[in-house]
Design a protein around this ligand. Structure first.
Ligand SMILES: [Ca+2]
Length: 247
């Protein structure tokens, strides 16, 4: 019984060693490579000037140079104490080099509602292409199924950016959406990223509390030559594993 117990213990140790060896081989072969994510932010805590195209800018800098897979942006806006907000006044974009994505373009503005939505709630928004909520421009329709029900609490959630490059004075829901966050895909992550936000109509104001930028990079893909090495190393690892674990 003692010998049987000792043998069972040794087999257990050997199997553990086998698994560790296989894991090391696979790790060396790059099987566990992960896509990098860059997150950076700024907290301007500044009131956006009312009825001014000058607006506010905030710039963050990325030092890592990687190929961009996708980008998302978060905004935190609040209504300054003693003031009322009017979210339909807002226009915002993010720019990196010559690429630009429009986040907000007068939410709710149409020909029949030229001032946009009159909601004055705080907003904590994340923008990403393909968001389930869809286009931020018509958020009331998404939330309430109509364009006239006002917000009664913070506007939150993940939304697709407005994307409309149309003049904010004439933009409508029907304007083309060509400036989404996919504009950045395939470019390099390094350099300056600037958020611009402006209030383009008198009355009602917001404060830009903070914003953040998330850049997802492409997962490294082995070159064809590396794939041959990877296959050989993986096959060798499997054979070693089989031999050792048969003992
Ligand atoms: Ca205003």
């Amino acid at each position: 019984m003692r010998n049987l117990s000792l043998r069972t213990g040794l087999e257990s140790v050997m199997k553990t060693n086998c698994l560790l060896r296989l894991a090391t081989l696979l790790s060396l072969a790059g099987v566990t490579a992960q896509a990098a994510v860059i997150i950076t932010s700024d907290s301007p805590n500044s009131v956006i000037p009312d009825d001014s195209a000058t607006g506010l800018t905030s710039t963050v800098h990325v030092t890592e140079s990687q190929t961009i897979s996708s980008v998302s942006v978060s905004l935190d806006l609040s209504v300054p104490s003693g003031l009322n907000g009017w979210i339909g006044d807002l226009y915002a974009y993010v720019q990196h080099g010559s690429d630009l994505a429009v986040l907000l373009n007068r939410p709710g503005r149409t020909d029949s509602t030229p001032d946009g939505y009159n909601d004055g709630q705080n907003a904590s928004l994340t923008f990403t292409d393909g968001a389930v909520n869809g286009d931020i421009h018509d958020y009331r329709f998404t939330l309430f199924g109509n364009e006239i029900t006002p917000l009664t609490s913070t506007l939150g959630g993940i939304w697709a950016p407005d994307g409309r490059v149309a003049d904010p004075a004439t933009v409508t829901a029907a304007s083309p959406r060509s400036a989404t966050l996919s504009q950045f895909t395939g470019g390099s992550s390094d350099g300056s990223w600037t958020l611009f936000i402006a209030d383009l109509s008198g009355g009602g104001q917001y404060r830009l509390d903070s914003w953040s930028l998330t850049v997802n990079e492409f997962t490294p893909v082995p070159e064809p030559a590396s794939m041959t090495v990877l296959t050989a190393v993986s096959l060798g690892g499997w054979l070693l594993f089989r031999r050792a674990c048969r003992r």
